[in-house]
Design a protein around this ligand. Structure first.
Ligand SMILES: Cc1cc2nc3c(=O)[nH]c(=O)nc-3n(C[C@H](O)[C@H](O)[C@H](O)COP(=O)(O)O)c2cc1C
Length: 182
């Protein structure tokens, strides 16, 4: 699959098989993330420990339900909704607190990883929702548990795994406008 095919084939996958991805695929995905444009530093942590994945999932869901944000409450209230969608691999991206370029660095790396996962035949999804866990009451302790050093803030996350079902939410491109000035 070439780069343009992988970019156009990528979709947010929200249902995963209970099977871990090979380490060789994980290393390729992380290498793709490390090749992204970057202005400053960021930190990635790979979480494959089932207990910690469940903990992050459950804290995120609880925080979504009590957030008062209508979209988050509605989504987290859907029957069977799990914010990490049962994915066996979670990659969290953090950057130095207050870094003006941190979120952009992390997002560039995340997108590279989503495209790499697609090219490897794996499902993936960009996630902002774990912010609710890492910015929450016990977020600092959770970040330490997730291998993130002190002084870093959550930017985004990527989940990866084997696709079980890709139909949970539809794709919406109506808001994207392109202007040509030639
Ligand atoms: C900034 C950002 C935050 C997102 N956060 C979440 C999230 O927390 N949970 C989720 O399921 N999808 C999340 N997404 C994925 C979008 O919902 C998805 O990209 C969008 O619906 C378009 O669908 P597609 O990725 O299949 O093209 C996020 C995407 C972006 C860019």
């Amino acid at each position: 699959m070439d780069a343009l095919q992988a970019i156009s084939k990528r979709r947010s996958i929200r249902s995963y098989k209970n099977e871990q991805i090979p380490d060789s695929a994980l290393e390729k995905i992380l290498a793709a993330g490390s090749c992204a444009p970057v202005a400053g530093s960021f930190q990635m942590s790979v979480i494959q420990n089932p207990e910690l994945l469940k903990k992050i999932n459950d804290i995120t869901k609880k925080a979504m339900l009590s957030s008062g944000i209508p979209f988050s409450v509605e989504r987290a209230s859907l029957p069977g909704y799990e914010p990490l969608y049962g994915a066996p691999t979670l990659i969290v991206l953090f950057s130095p607190e207050g870094s003006p370029t941190g979120p952009a660095n992390a997002s560039c790396a995340a997108e590279n990883m989503l495209i790499a996962a697609t090219a490897l035949g794996l499902g993936s999804c960009y996630l902002a929702s774990p912010r609710m866990a890492f910015d929450g009451e016990d977020g600092v302790a959770l970040a330490r548990e997730a291998g993130i050093p002190e002084g870093f803030s959550f930017n985004c996350a990527v989940i990866v795994g084997y696709t079980k079902d890709d139909k949970l939410f539809s794709r919406n491109r109506e808001d994207i406008k392109i202007t040509y000035i030639k």
